[in-house]
Design a protein around this ligand. Structure first.
Ligand code: NAD
Ligand code: LMR
Length: 338
């Protein structure tokens, strides 16, 4: 009867969340920047994920409090808090997935590229430590400008001799989350059913939602598609302006970051057909990095999927985004070499 109880518990948990937590392998996740606006709710959401067995929360300061708080939640994972650079190695050791929301956020009037001067150095130093302490981890880069910080990470790993293009991801899930929400509102369909790929990069016009491929399909006018596209591209700015100096998206970003990290964990655990959009090394276009649908597996990227059929409006958007995305990528690479 004990077995039956256990079986019942397993299947209830499995049905409720889509996980079979009792059989999930040990997985360590590290969050770098865990005391920040994104870091704190992301720590909460990762503490709720039954695929995580150890959750390391690292920041330059403030993590002991966040770790003590989150650690009282009665879910599977053990919480480990680390503060200050001398503890970064311990935070990273044995990590399967490292999520990086460290860095300064925008204020009204700024572009994501205006964050480059501060955040490029932060990402460079954190990736140098990743190469040393957990060179095989899947790395989820949230810190902006993503179009440049991901190329910086790749160059740091190349220099350290640890680069594996299958293990480096720019997190663009928030663009997909927004595109789904805005599309469902306009198309009057159930948001839970909506699928919309978002490709390109993660800044302004480099964000290219492919509403022509959205499902459930709807008969939206070209004006409506254009408005949805602009709103998705300016979604970050919409939040920055509403927060009026108190930073950028944190709660919706924590949600998006938790979705993407969960997809990485499922892939590592051998769950089939895990597909998310992400900014990765790519041959889908002539640019060395590009966001598109990616199939995740036991080694990270299993397959970078192509763009599929584009509308004329999307084809124009694709050509229009290339110069900016190219120069942001080159800026990151140049910084890493300097
Ligand atoms: P925040 O200022 O609230 O938090 C950032 C945290 O990073 C702070 O706790 C800070 O102490 C920490 N930090 C700074 N340097 C560090 C270092 N060297 N090592 C470890 N931690 C360090 O900012 P936020 O609102 O959480 O945003 C963080 C970053 O995420 C920003 O760059 C922002 O632009 C970006 N962002 C990206 C997306 C996306 O879609 N990819 C969405 C929202 C925000
Ligand atoms: C977002 O898309 O919300 C983030 O990139 C933060 C920002 O600066 O807009």
């Amino acid at each position: 009867s004990m077995l039956r109880t256990l079986a019942r518990r397993t299947s209830t948990a499995g049905r409720r969340r889509g996980f079979a937590s009792e059989s999930a392998p040990d997985r360590k996740v590290a969050i770098l920047g865990a005391a920040g606006g994104i870091g704190q709710p992301l720590s909460l959401l990762m503490k709720l994920n039954p695929l995580v067995s150890r959750l390391a929360l690292y920041d330059i300061a403030g993590t002991p409090g966040v770790a003590a708080d989150v650690s009282h939640i009665n879910t599977r994972s053990e919480i480990l808090g680390y503060a200050g650079e001398e503890q970064l190695g311990k935070a990273l050791e044995g990590a399967d997935v490292v999520i990086i929301p460290a860095g300064v956020p925008r204020k009204p009037g700024m572009t994501r590229d205006d964050l480059f001067n501060i955040n490029a150095g932060i990402v460079k130093s954190l990736c140098t430590a990743i190469a040393k302490y957990c060179p095989h981890a899947l790395v989820n880069v949230i810190s902006n400008p993503v179009n440049s910080t991901v190329p910086i990470a790749s160059e740091v790993f190349k220099k350290a001799g640890t680069y594996d293009e299958k293990r480096l991801f720019g997190v663009t899930t928030l663009d997909v989350v927004r595109a789904k929400t805005f599309y469902a509102g306009k198309a009057k369909v159930n948001v839970a059913d909506v699928i919309v790929p978002v490709v390109g990069g993660h800044a302004g016009v480099t964000i290219l939602p492919l509403f022509s491929q959205a499902t459930p399909s709807a008969n939206l006018s070209s004006e409506e598609i254009e408005a949805l596209t602009k709103r998705t591209q300016d979604g970050g700015t919409e939040v920055v302006e509403a927060k009026a100096g108190k930073g950028s998206a944190t709660l919706s970003m924590a949600y998006a970051g938790a979705i993407f990290a969960d997809a990485c964990l499922k892939g590592l655990n051998g769950v089939p057909d895990v597909v998310e959009c992400s900014f990765v090394q790519s041959t889908v276009t002539d640019l060395p990095f590009f966001a598109s649908k990616v199939r995740l597996g036991k080694n990270g990227v299993e397959e970078v999927l192509g763009l599929g059929a584009l509308s004329d409006y999307e084809k124009e958007g694709l050509e229009a985004l290339k110069p900016e995305l190219k120069s942001s990528i080159e800026k990151g690479i140049k910084f890493a070499h300097a």
